[in-house]
Design a binder for this molecule. Structure first.
Ligand SMILES: CC(C)(COP(=O)(O)OP(=O)(O)OC[C@H]1O[C@@H](n2cnc3c(N)ncnc32)[C@H](O)[C@@H]1OP(=O)(O)O)[C@@H](O)C(=O)NCCC(=O)NCCS
Length: 156
């Protein structure tokens, strides 16, 4: 299926930022679209660092905004490839917010993205199979499989 590339583990990718006033809404909390942009970008980096091929976002899946993020907070996106198909990957992204003075930290948003390889000539490049190194990776793979089933269902 994956053209016999060796299986590879997927490292967690971290991206940090601070919420500025131009990223907020009338409630002084971060715009959902800004949060999603950071998630998408971090998902792309996680996919790139995993497969080392050009990728595009095929879909965003199941994004949950659990708690608001306030202006001035430090935010961190944590992303990892959790599932691999032939030319696509499901990437899990979590957004954490941290109070800059107390260091108090909470998880605010979770989401999944499907990233697909691409090339200048348009053909799809196979990705390496994901090596499931521990129980946590195996649990996340099962979540990725569910998401992949939902994608396949929509595309029928
Ligand atoms: C995403 C895209 C490359 C898929 O093209 P396609 O010809 O339909 O793809 P294929 O049928 O060959 O499928 C290729 C892979 O993409 C996955 N895929 C295709 N459409 C998808 C969708 N809507 N959502 C999630 N995954 C999708 C398939 O499951 C398949 O995975 P697999 O190889 O692991 O089995 C194409 O629709 C596209 O270029 N979209 C625009 C991307 C973009 O501009 N993104 C924003 C900027 S990065």
């Amino acid at each position: 299926m994956n053209d016999q590339q060796p299986a590879r583990t997927a490292p967690e990718v971290l991206a940090t930022d601070i919420v500025l006033p131009n990223q907020t809404n009338n409630y002084n909390t971060m715009f959902g679209g800004e949060v999603m942009a950071m998630m998408d970008k971090t998902a792309a980096i996680a996919a790139l660092q995993f497969c080392r091929q050009p990728v595009v976002t095929a879909s965003s899946e199941r994004i949950d905004f659990r708690t608001p993020i306030h202006a001035g907070e430090i935010i961190e996106a944590v992303a990892r490839v959790i599932y691999t198909g032939r030319t696509s990957m499901i990437v899990r992204v979590r957004i954490f917010a941290e109070h800059p003075l107390t260091g108090e930290r909470r998880m605010c948003t979770t989401g999944y993205f499907s990233m697909v390889t691409t090339s200048k000539t348009g053909e799809r490049v196979p990705v390496p199979p994901l090596l499931l190194e521990d129980e946590h990776a195996r649990e996340e793979w099962i979540v990725g499989e569910e998401i992949r089933r939902a994608i396949d269902g929509r595309r029928r």
